[in-house]
Ligand binder design. Structure first.
Ligand code: SF4
Length: 491
C-alpha cells in the first residue's frame, strides 16, 4: 500500500488509521505521486475559499473520494481530525467494517474522555467523544465507567506517595505472540543469579533514595516476563529484600505477576505468602488447549486450574486472571467458553486483552502459520466479555490500547469492588511516581504539583543490565535531582 501525504504533517495518524484496516500491509508513506495498485491519498490545500481536505482511495478499479472545506482559521488539530474522519469513512465503506473506537488510535482513550468531561461536563463531554471521534456508544460507556472507577484509585495517589516496579525479564519459553523483551530461561538461566544479586542492590538503593526524599510506598508490582520463573529461594531473597528495605506500612497492594501456570509451585506460592504478597496473577490466556498449543504457550488448561486451586488453598484472596481475545485458532464460542469457566472460578479480577500483533513476535514473522485477522469476531468476544463480566459483579477500572491490536480494540482490567490494582491505573495514567528496578524497567518521576513527568530508563536486556550496572545506578541518581528540580514535595 502507498499512502501519499500531501501538504501536511499528519502522516503518523493517517498511517495508523490505514493499519487498523490493513494490519499486514506494508505501508509506503510518501509525499510524491507514485504508481501503485493500492493507493491512499490524504491531502490538504489552501485557497481563498478555505482549507480543502481530501482523502482518496484507489485499489485496482475501485475508486472513491471524500473532501471537506474548512475555514481558513481552522487549527491544525482540527484539520487532522477532519482528515482522519474522511479517510476513516472511505476505509469503512471499502472494508465493510466499522472499528468501534472510531478514529481514536491513541493508547489512553479514558484520559482523553476525562479531559473532555472536565472541560464540558459529563453529558457534553461524552457526546463530543462520540460525535467528533466516531467512538461507538458501547466503547464510550465502557470508557466512562472505567473513568469513574479509576478516579477512586487516582485519589489515593498523593504528592509524597510512589509505587515500586520490579522487572523479572525471564520466561521459561517464549510464547509466539510475545514481543516483550523477555529472555527464555533455556538461553539465559546462567544470568539469573547475577541479575538477582544486582537487582536486590538496586532495590536497596531505590529504598534509600525514597527515604531521603520522604516518599511513601503505596504499591509494589513485580512483573515480567514471568517472575515465578525464579525459584522459591530466589523469590524469597528478592521479596525479602523489598520487605527489609522499604516501609510497607502504607502499602495497599503487593502484586507478583505469577503469570504462567506452569511455573507455579507450592513452594513458590508459600514464599510469596511469607513475604506479604497480597495479589497474584495466574494467566490462562485461554482455556482451550488447542489454542494454547498454537500460540506456543507451553502449559495446559489443567495446569491453570490446578495452580488456581493451589493458590486458593494457600489462602490467596486476591487473584487476577488474564485472557486474550483474538488468538489464532480461537473462535467466538471457544472464547466465550473460556470466559464463562474463568468467571466460575471467581477470581477477584479478570483482565481481558486483545491480541496485539507486534512485528517482533514469531507469530507475525512466521509465514507458514498464517493468522486470519478476524476483527469482527474479536469485537464480538469483547462484547460478550463486557456483558458477562458486568453481570457477574466485575467492573472495568483500567483500560488501554496498544498499536497493532486486532480490530483496534482494547485491553480492560475488570475487578470486583475493592479488588482493583492501583498500580495498573497509575502505570497507565502517568500521574504518579513509579520507581522501577531491573532490566527494561523505566522510572517515571511525577512533579507533585504539575503535569510534568520525567523518565529514567534502565538498560533493556539482562546482560546489559549486568554489564553496565554501575553506569545505570549513577544515572538513577537523577531521581533525586529531578525531585530537587520540582522542589515542591510537602514536608
Ligand atoms: S509469558 Fe508473557 S512475557 Fe513470557 S514469553 Fe509468554 S507472553 Fe511473553
Amino acid at each position: 500500500m502507498t499512502l501519499i501525504i500531501d501538504g501536511h504533517s499528519f502522516h503518523y495518524e493517517m498511517e495508523n488509521l490505514c493499519r487498523i484496516f490493513f494490519p499486514y500491509q506494508k505501508i509506503n508513506v510518501t509525499p510524491q505521486p507514485v504508481e501503485d495498485r493500492f493507493l491512499v491519498y490524504a491531502g490538504i490545500s489552501q485557497s481563498t475559499n478555505g482549507i480543502l481536505v481530501t482523502a482518496r482511495l484507489k485499489i485496482d478499479s475501485y475508486h472513491s473520494e471524500n473532501s471537506d472545506l474548512l475555514p481558513l482559521h481552522a487549527e491544525e488539530s482540527e484539520q487532522e481530525r477532519r482528515m482522519a474522519i474522511l479517510l476513516f469513512r472511505l476505509l469503512v465503506d471499502y472494508c465493510g467494517f466499522t472499528p468501534k473506537w472510531g478514529i481514536l488510535t491513541g493508547v489512553r482513550p479514558v484520559k482523553l474522555l476525562r479531559r473532555f468531561v472536565a472541560e464540558m461536563g459529563e453529558e457534553k463531554g461524552m457526546e463530543y467523544f462520540q460525535t467528533q471521534f466516531l467512538v461507538s456508544p458501547e466503547k464510550a460507556k465502557l470508557s466512562l465507567t472505567t473513568m469513574h472507577n479509576e478516579e477512586k484509585l487516582l485519589a489515593l495517589s498523593e504528592p509524597d506517595s510512589f509505587s515500586l516496579y520490579i522487572s523479572i525479564p525471564f520466561c521459561p519459553t517464549r510464547c509466539s505472540y510475545c514481543s516483550f523483551v523477555s529472555s527464555t530461561v533455556e538461553k539465559t538461566v546462567k544470568l539469573i543469579p547475577e541479575y538477582l544479586s544486582l537487582l536486590c542492590k538496586e532495590v536497596e538503593y531505590t529504598a534509600k533514595t525514597a527515604a531521603e526524599l520522604g516518599l511513601r510506598l503505596i504499591s509494589v508490582y513485580v512483573g515480567g516476563g514471568t517472575p515465578t520463573t525464579l525459584t522459591a529461594e530466589q523469590l524469597d531473597v528478592l521479596l525479602g529484600t523489598v520487605n527489609r528495605s522499604f516501609d510497607l506500612s502504607y502499602c495497599r497492594e503487593f502484586t507478583v505477576e505469577a503469570g504462567r501456570p506452569d511455573t507455579i509451585t507450592p513452594e513458590k506460592l508459600t514464599a510469596l505468602k511469607k513475604c506479604g504478597v497480597t495479589r497474584i496473577s495466574i494467566n490462562p490466556q485461554t482455556l482451550n488447549d488447542e489454542v494454547l498449543h498454537k500460540i506456543g504457550r507451553r502449559h495446559s488448561t489443567e495446569q491453570t486450574l490446578s495452580a488456581f486451586a493451589l493458590a486458593r488453598e494457600l489462602d490467596f484472596r486476591n487473584i487476577n486472571m488474564d485472557l486474550i481475545a483474538g488468538l489464532p485458532g480461537d473462535s467466538v464460542p471457544s472464547f466465550c467458553n473460556t470466559l464463562d469457566r474463568v468467571i466460575n472460578l471467581e477470581p477477584e479480577s479478570i483482565t481481558v486483552h486483545t491480541l496485539s500483533l507486534k512485528r517482533s513476535s514469531t507469530i507475525f514473522q512466521d509465514e507458514s502459520r498464517p493468522f486470519t485477522n478476524d476483527a469482527e469476531a474479536t469485537a464480538e468476544m469483547l462484547d460478550y466479555a463486557g456483558e458477562h463480566l458486568f453481570q457477574n459483579g466485575y467492573a472495568p477500572y483500567y483500560l488501554y490500547r496498544q498499536s497493532r491490536m486486532v480490530g483496534n480494540l482494547e485491553n480492560t482490567g475488570w475487578a470486583k469492588p475493592g479488588y482493583e490494582s492501583p498500580y495498573n491505573v497509575y502505570i497507565m495514567d502517568e500521574t504518579h511516581t513509579i520507581l522501577a528496578c531491573g532490566a527494561g524497567a523505566s522510572s517515571k518521576i511525577k512533579d507533585p504539583l504539575s503535569d510534568r513527568l520525567e523518565r529514567i530508563f534502565n538498560f533493556k536486556y539482562p546482560y546489559e543490565y549486568i554489564n553496565r550496572y554501575e553506569e545505570m545506578i549513577i544515572r538513577k541518581d537523577q531521581v533525586k535531582t529531578i525531585y530537587d528540580k520540582f522542589r515542591r514535595i510537602p514536608e
